[in-house]
Design a binder for this molecule. Sequence first.
Ligand code: HEC
Ligand code: HEC
Length: 430
Amino acid sequence: VKVSLISFGFLTLFTMQCSQNSKRDGLASDVWQRILASEDGSTFMEQLDAETLGEHQRNMQVIAECLPAGYPEPYLPLGRLSRKSIDPPLGRQPFLDENIIELGRLLFFDERLSFSEQHGIPGGVSCSSCHLPELYFTDGKSQSQGVQGDLTPRNSPGILNAAYASTLTWANPVFPILEMQARIPLFGDDPIEMGLRGREQEVLKKLLSEDANYQQLFATVFGVQYPRDWDLGLFDYNQITAALAAYERSLISFDTKFDRFLQGQEVLSETEHKGVQLFYGLAPLASGESLNCSQCHSGFLLTNSFHYVREGRYYNRQSFHNTGLYNIDGQGSYPPKNKGFASTLQLEENPALMGQFRAPALRFVASTAPYGHDGSLPSLEAVIEHYAAGGRASLSEQGQNPYIDELVKPGFRIEVDEVEALVDFFKMLE
Ligand code: HEC
Ligand code: HEC
């Protein structure tokens, strides 16, 4: 097969403009400084050695036609950092190229990669059933439905720029690897999402035997021939997850009004200007208070959980916070299955870990309602109201969550036009 960049479908929508010769004005340069300062909070940094950097750059070739000047690159050598807890070697397909990305793209959109035990039939749900490209890879629902109707306890996050996530999913401190993440929807049974457990071989064989495209791409990418090599056991789900992860790593998008503003190529409206100032705490509200938003939604991705390479240096930062959405028993509890990153045992030892979630990246946020880990905030206005109250639970009978993050605790008074300015800022992020 011949696969060109043009045939990547949605990817081409997100290719960016080269932005050279730019001049940042005062505000853009203040925001740029804040974004870079977010790297200082990294828990792990490492200068890549020449060999690792070489691998990284070779992998970068296919995905970064042109990142804006000074922007970070996703970390791609995989398994070469000194800290193996962050970067475990998984024997991954080392080089990212158009073929493995194309294989991953086909799999991502393929409903045949699921099985409903209940109905006794294959098919019905693909990755893209819950991650729709037209909704920036979210699904617009509070909770998503798996192949047998099970609901996920959490809201489906977008996966553009997921290659930059230092922790995957809403609350998991040890989960930086896209290859591992993909196994949850494929094989998980609480809830059942794609339902492949126990049907792995059957589904894979069907996929290959029905589709010459897959046969060719498996041959090109992994050097295995179907049907010749099937009985030798040379096909497996590590290949599937490697391809899915490669496709996900290709979903990079930094071509928003906000990015062009940072590059000195956009003149902002008055409310956008105000929104940027408020969000970054560069100007106070009419009430005299300043917003802390950018202390958690920081950096290039607008989250303080990220990892990447910038100018040859690897940065890794992870954080989880309780924003006071719930306080169901008056003692800080969050609802079952949604208690945050801490395990039951950890919570027994340290109840203050209750309700801590990753600050989501706010790129594309104006189009990805509903919000929050369980999708319980219907609109951006509702999100701002939640923060203004010092956490939504403050408005309930049980009152403010005792373990709420200090940055959210005080709340603030905000005028209608200031809410509008923040929303206008969010609209710049797509
Ligand atoms: C039934 C709906 C559903 C299906 C099908 C599904 N996902 Fe998801 N996905 C979710 C939900 C919900 C989450 C958040 C899970 C959590 O936080 O516990 C998620 C999280 C993710 C994340 C983490 C993103 C981040 O920012 O941390 C990635 C990556 C991802 N999914 C990729 C995939 C891939 C690849 C497939 C197909 C193999 C897939 N998903 C299939 C619903 C789904
Ligand atoms: C202490 C860190 C922190 C601060 C400060 C903070 N956030 Fe958040 N933000 C989070 C976390 C954590 C979540 C997810 C909470 C959850 O679902 O339980 C979140 C969720 C959000 C969401 C929903 C995104 C989505 O995709 O669902 C938006 C929008 C948002 N915050 C905007 C803001 C704004 C605006 C401010 C300032 C007024 C702000 N945040 C201040 C940590 C923070």
